[in-house]
Design a protein around this ligand. Sequence first.
Ligand code: UDP
Length: 413
Amino acid sequence: MLQKVDIKTTKRLEDYLPIVGEEVIDTIKALAKPLQGAKVLHINSTAFGGGVAEILQTLVPLMRDVGIEADWQVIEGADAFFDVTKTMHNGLQGMDLPFTARMQDVWQRYNEMNAAKLVGDYDFVIVHDPQPAGLLHFTGGRGGHQWLWRCHIDTSHPNPAFWQFLAPYLRPYQAGIFTLEQYVGPGVDFPHLAIIAPTIDPLSPKNAPLPLAEAKKIVASYGFDPNRPLLVQVSRFDPWKDPLGVIDCYRQVKAHIPDVQLALVGSMAADDPEGWDYYDKTVRHAGEDYDIRMLHNFHGVGNREVNAFQTAADVVVQKSVREGFGLVVTEALWKGKPVVGGNVGGIPLQVIDGKTGFLVNDVGECATKTRYLLQNPSAAQEMGIAAREHVRQHFLSTRHLIDYLHLFAALRG
Ligand code: UDP
């Protein structure tokens, strides 16, 4: 049997009413009615760390609350497997890397092994990302009536070696779900294609309102001076998130605003073996500057602490060079922070240049816009108000639920 994720929290749709309004709640109820008792299984590769786990923590209990029997299971894998899937993740996002027969064999073997462990009988099985994408092939469809592949990464310009390998495993899926239409890689036509942007949960400990004084206290407990300006990037330590570029940006800002501090907050996901190497690299790049601090979950940085850093930040930066969507951007915008974000992937859906933040293409631009926001707090505040409203309308969990309910209804025909 695959490992079942035991979600302790329950969610109640009604609790979202004051935030999203009656119309949204009524729409969800109406859409859920014909789907009562439908059995849905989400499968991914980790219960903790990264955006997918974050989404499922809310989406699964919310589905349950509206009458769907939703489960979440994670596949098993040793380091050898996660090394390969991390390489695949990078290759599928376009990195120039070799993809050896041995690597392909490892991926296939683990998918076959996990497929053998899949038990249950579901109406819809939603397989998240490339790691478990072979499950449909290796189960022959056993366990699910309809199979959906949910891709959270940017596969618009994949390294062909990786995409050509994966494509035959994707073709049998009844539906493909992507964040942006342009992410659908070449040569795979799903019978159903859904474009669904990720969302955040406004009621989770990470996103629920935290008083500024409380947030500052938490940030101070990690060695930051709460009375000096603070730049924050919350991200895994990963080349695509460009923490080194953030440090370079901070240095340019610091040349003008010597008081500025930088927090790089990044959890170590169980399925991300590269994390520690890149963390070391980032620490070396920061050198002896004690106004830069790197924090991760081993420092006790959990949801509440991430919330505190995003709340206490003067400017939130997300200098990604590739970004499927960027939940951290959503989280920061929801806290009324304008975000200076890389002009890539899902970030422009969220950062409307000059309105909810700034889109930047290099370190220099990142520094200029960050400085502008630090030096113009009233403009920053105004953008922050627009930022929160943008998220309220488009990127909260209730919207995600609506999209899934629509898709299930369409697949049932
Ligand atoms: N995250 C966290 N602690 C950290 C770093 C990240 O809880 O130290 C969370 C973050 O708040 C967000 C998710 O992990 O909810 C990252 O999602 P995103 O889409 O930004 O990036 P991904 O890691 O999926 O590429």
